[in-house]
Each structure stands twice: as structure tokens, then as C-alpha cells.
Design a protein around this ligand. Structure first.
Ligand code: S3P
Length: 436
């Protein structure tokens, strides 16, 4: 049974300092990379969410040893080859990142790999990784959806690949497959989050990157051994974004969110919110193993203005649009968001959900296949009953609805509170802390 959250009151003004949990992208990448080294890797502040736990379960089933104690996780990997004989079952649960990347990582395994996932993941598009992985020589029994079976090969052939969606999951899946191929794989990739590139560089894996305005050219040479990776996972800017918007839309409030990853391939949300009139500042900026980290300060904003959102910013804010749309709902004027077809390929079709929720809130909006136009209302106050029934474990639909309820008012019943377990299990606990 899914859990329903009932919100009937707006949040009280707050002035607090918080930490959000570890970055999901970095946590999953750390687990998968550590599984390739036979020496011990240690991470602190690894995100303890279902997506990451499923990644750990998955590398354990491939032969890695994992110790997870409070804030510290240790992994002794199984190296570059899977020793296990016979069929391997991988359950990626709700995680597109795990499901797509693990296929690239297992390209050199001759075992039959069966990949399954939950109801939401089984609806998602896997053809985007099946196509390039087939070029390496892997064989698949499915074209698009889960469950699927992959059979890899001992010596994958390096490939040339053009990633046109701006999907870091696809890029990373191919990068893992390239790591296990003899020779140089060349990837031309539309801009997307670059954590894998930074981690590979830090590990001194032979990788060359030429950055152009819209595309990066990545040349990656296969290897057969990797060093262990010790890592302190910073806070997740995608989790932080919900609290930025909560503060912006609340009265007389301010918040300091400590130790957040501010990699520029992830900070589209900050650029967008600032252009809409939000007051957001980075403090204590530092570099850590190629990534940028800072404390983020945010204040309530009285005057929000609409935005014509540049489509070049889309990929660096891809997980944050739902929450950004709430700011557009309160901003003066009409906001435009275009070229967002990728939003309908997430845990649930998010563009459709955004429009549905805005309609329930009485916010005038027009949706097309890939765009959303929102007429903001600076005086918007809700006092009606709203019920959100999202049963696809879409954590971001749940969190967006919760923030809407706490800032615009009304009597909300929101499904499904359990969904936050996939990316941000402490979301409700932190909200309680702010509302004391
Ligand atoms: C992720 C990439 C993004 C993002 C997802 C995490 C990653 O997906 O939506 O939450 O860690 O690589 P796409 O790469 O499919 O855009």
C-alpha cells in the first residue's frame, strides 16, 4: 500500500541551516566504479536510498564485498571480470541510472544478464542504450523495454557514438563499455552532467575531452585495471532544489544548505531561479576531486518574474523542472519552457504531470508534446482540496506537490510518500525540522 501524505497548512517562516543527503548520480557511480577495483574503496556520506541500495545489491551479486556502516561504506570489488557462472539477474528497481549504466559495465561478461525493474522502470526506454551497446558487439532479446536479456562478449569492439539526447545515463553506459574494450572509443555527446568524466580523469583513466558549445568529444581508451576510489559524496543539488523553492515561495524565510555539489553541468536550476528574481548565493566554494562544492544561501523572494527559459540550460536542470514550474506559477508574466521531451521519459511522464498539477492548482498553462507555457499569478493562494495520485514511484512528483502544498496552501492528499525512498529518504524529516 502506498502512503498518502496529508498537508493542510502552509509552512511557518524559518531561518535555518540544513544538509541534504548525498548526490544520487555520484553515489551510484562510486558504487559501480568501486566494483571494478580489487582493492578497498571507501565513501563517506553515500546516499542511503533505494536506488543506491539496489546498486549495492547488484554489485554484490556480481562478486563485490560491501560493508555499510552508518556514514561509511567500503567496497572491495570483483575487478574487471565477472567470475560467476550462469545467468545473472539484475533488479534495478526504480533506477534508470543503474539500469542503463550497469549494461555498459557488463558488456564484457559472457553470462546471460537479465535486467528487470519496477513498474515505472519497465515502461522506460532502453533502446537508447541497447543501440550503442549492440555496436560494441552485445546481443539483446528486447528492443525497448524491460525485462531484457543481454549477452556480452569477451572482447568488445570500440565504437564511434553520437549521443543526441543530452542523456548522461547513455553517455556513461557507453563510457563503461569503452573502458572494457580494446582501443579507443569516440563519443560525441550533447552536453549533460559530466560526473563520470571527472571521476575517470581523477582515476587517471586515459580519457581526452574536447569541450564545444553544445557537444563534447570524448576519446576513451580501454584498460584492464582500475585504482580504488575514496570519496566524500557532497549534497545533491537536485534534492537541494526543493528547499530552494520552498524558501523562495515562503514568507520571511531564509536557509543555508551546506556542502552541495555545484558542478556547472548541474546548476541550471540556480541560473533559472536567479533569472526569475530569486536571491541565491554560493558561499565557501571549494574544489573536490574535480567537482565543485559550496554552501548555498537562499531567501524568500517577493518579486518573481517570468522566464523564457533558454533551451541550452535544459540538460543542466533536467531533474529540477517540476519544482521550477512552481516558481513560474507565482511569477509575474508568462513563462516558456521548450524542448523538454526528455521530461516525459523520467520515472513518470513529468511534463504531463506538471500540467496536471498546475491545472489542479488553478494555474493557467498550455502543454504541447515538449513544451509548457505557464501564466503566473503572484497572488495565488489555494484553499481547495487537491489529490495527487502518482503510483509510479515518482519521487519528484511527490516532492513538488508537497512543496506546492506548503507554500500555496490548500488541503492536499499526496501519493506516494514512500517514493522519496528512491532518492531523498530524509525529505519529510528535514521539512519537519524547518517547520518547528
Ligand atoms: C542521471 C542522469 C539524468 C537524470 C537522472 C540521473 C545520471 O538522466 O535525470 O536522475 O546520474 O546520469 P538522463 O541521463 O537520462 O537525462
Amino acid at each position: 500500500m502506498e502512503k498518502i501524505l496529508n498537508v493542510k497548512k502552509k509552512i511557518k517562516p524559518f531561518n535555518k541551516t540544513i544538509f541534504v543527503e548525498g548526490d544520487k548520480s555520484l553515489s551510484i557511480r562510486w558504487v559501480l566504479i568501486s566494483s571494478l577495483s580489487k582493492k578497498k574503496s571507501i565513501a563517506y556520506n553515500l546516499l542511503k536510498s533505494e536506488d543506491v541500495i539496489n546498486s549495492i545489491k547488484c554489485i554484490k551479486s556480481l562478486g563485490s564485498k560491501v560493508k555499510f556502516n552508518k556514514n561509511k561504506c567500503e567496497i572491495i570489488g570483483n575487478g574487471f571480470h565477472v567470475k560467476k557462472k550462469g545467468k545473472i539477474l539484475i533488479d534495478a528497481g526504480n533506477s534508470g541510472t543503474l539500469g542503463r549504466i550497469i549494461l555498459g559495465l557488463l558488456i564484457n561478461s559472457k553470462n546471460k544478464i537479465k535486467l528487470i525493474g519496477d513498474k515505472s522502470l519497465s515502461k522506460r526506454d532502453f533502446s537508447r542504450v541497447i543501440k550503442p551497446l549492440k555496436k560494441f558487439g552485445a546481443k539483446f532479446d528486447a528492443k525497448k523495454n524491460l525485462p531484457l536479456t543481454m549477452r556480452g562478449l569477451e572482447n568488445p569492439k570500440p565504437i564511434k557514438y553520437f549521443e543526441t539526447r543530452g542523456s548522461a545515463q547513455c553517455k556513461t553506459s557507453v563510457m563503461f563499455a569503452a573502458l572494457k574494450s580494446k582501443g579507443i572509443t569516440e563519443i560525441k555527446a550533447k552536453k549533460s552532467r559530466n560526473h563520470t568524466e571527472l571521476l575517470f580523469k581523477y582515476l587517471r583513466i586515459p580519457i581526452k575531452i574536447k569541450e564545444n558549445k553544445n557537444f563534447d568529444i570524448i576519446k576513451l581508451k580501454g584498460i584492464n585495471k582500475i585504482e580504488p576510489l575514496d570519496y566524500q559524496i557532497p549534497g545533491d543539488i537536485s534534492s537541494c532544489a526543493f528547499f530552494l523553492v520552498l524558501t523562495i515561495l515562503s514568507n520571511n524565510s531564509q536557509l543555508l544548505i551546506k556542502n552541495v555539489n555545484i558542478n556547472s553541468s548541474r546548476t541550471g536550476v540556480i541560473k533559472i531561479l536567479k533569472r526569475m528574481g530569486a536571491i541565491i548565493k554560493f558561499r565557501n566554494q571549494k574544489k573536490y576531486k574535480g567537482e565543485k562544492i559550496a554552501d548555498i544561501f537562499v531567501k524568500s523572494s517577493k518579486k518573481l518574474k517570468s522566464i523564457n527559459c533558454p533551451k541550452e540550460w535544459n540538460s543542466s536542470a533536467i531533474d529540477e523542472f517540476l519544482i521550477i514550474f512552481l516558481v513560474a506559477a507565482k511569477a509575474k508574466g508568462i513563462s516558456y519552457f521548450r524542448n523538454l521531451d526528455e521530461l516525459n521519459h523520467k520515472e513518470s511522464p513529468r511534463l504531463i504531470w506538471a500540467s496536471k498539477i498546475l491545472n489542479l492548482m488553478g494555474v493557467e498553462n498550455t502543454m504541447t508534446k515538449n513544451s509548457l507555457k505557464i501564466r503566473g499569478n503572484p497572488n495565488l493562494i489555494l484553499n481547495k482540496k487537491i489529490t495527487i495520485k502518482n503510483f509510479l514511484k515518482d519521487h519528484r512528483v511527490f516532492m513538488m506537490s508537497t512543496i506546492a502544498a506548503l507554500t500555496f496552501g490548500g488541503d492536499w492528499k499526496i501519493n506516494d510518500a514512500d517514493s522519496i525512498k528512491t532518492s531523498f529518504p530524509k525529505f519529510l524529516k528535514i521539512l519537519k525540522q524547518l517547520n518547528q
